[in-house]
Design a protein around this ligand. Sequence first.
Ligand code: ATP
Ligand code: MG
Length: 416
Amino acid sequence: MLQPVRGTHDLLPDLMARQRMVHTAARRVASFFSFEEMATPIFEFSSVFHRLGESSDIVSKETYTFQDRGGEELTLRPEGTAPVMRAIVSNGLTQSLPLRFLYIGPMFRYDRPQKGRYRQFEQVGVELVGPMSPAADLEVLCFAHMLLTQIGVRDQVKLHINTLGDKESRARYRETLVAYLTPFASELSVDSQRRLSENPLRILDSKEPQDRKILENAPSFEDALSPESAAYFQEVCTGLDALKIAYHIDRKLVRGLDYYCHTAFEFICETMGAQGTVLAGGRYEGLTSAMGGPDIPGVGWAAGTERLRDLSPHIPQKAPLFYLVPMGDAPQRESTPLAYALREAGLCVKTDMGGGNMGKRLKRADASGATCALILGEDELARHEILVKDLASGAQITLALNALAPYLKETFDLKD
Ligand code: ATP
Ligand code: MG
């Protein structure tokens, strides 16, 4: 028996419906914020990701990179920001700023599979490209907050926020941090030992207990911030206060790629353990120039759809279903055009396709989750009538066939 590849999952209808709820909410909130949906290919030239720095964990360890039959080096996208920036440059959109994009789609990372961590997963993400201001950071934070509210997870997550400051602040901090960590180098995790020379800031984000212990006394980012960077961050925080969005300043929060600067944030669900970050993002610069365009700053975030889905208490709403039961040869023949006409009128119809007596068929109607059974017998058909049986109450009513659709729409309050 064949199994799906480790770290991949089938989305059977129940999960799919719950995942779609997240999509619907994201698209709704996007329209309120005037963000437009776009999509990029799921694979790109490897250079789109690799020029962002081999030092990031995603690029160095987690990409699915392969040569296609034409010998091109391609990578399944591990995240959405670099492809969106590539698309902005490739399509000449750098003249039409600001850009406000939503994307939804699968990402691929060679991560260690476990609950909430997959090798193919999906992200919902946004990018606000062009403006370099606390107001832009607040705009995407508000979007995230509203999405989390609408899917019912806001009270289960906490906003953690930090600033990585400008380039100079980061370089200053990097030096202080390396000076502090170097004497402990041999006690750090293997990954962090590698990061020490390549991407020391990323060590702050390590989940390894031995690293966390050493980091307890690490110098604070705050002391390395330039006055301008500190003022920028203060404005973001004041904005959150005004919005009454609660947050926790976490001086150890960093982002993976070197392009991140200033505001960095994560919405974390503490009860989910190491897979508790449901949405993460921040401000970046230099990405469009790495793609061969002018340097345009941006701010955005991405959320794991599966993690959002698993936290959301909402149950997908289905439109009422009508279960058509033809009894006899003539009704059987009539059932296909009748179902077609009802569907054309905007009703959801499932026609019974098994045999058996009425009892058996009504049992199937019940099991299908239908609201009503529509029973079309020989006698009813001869009189151009149909029996409508409410499956919850058992109440039934006989109607003229041509009155059926208007009756169902009126009774179940279905709009066109
Ligand atoms: P983590 O620290 O959990 O590895 P990350 O820093 O790699 O996360 P980002 O690159 O910021 O994550 O991606 C944003 C969001 O995408 C995460 O907060 C998470 O919800 C989701 N995500 C990332 N990697 C995976 C994965 N392998 N499986 C499922 N969801 C993921
Ligand atoms: Mg990761």
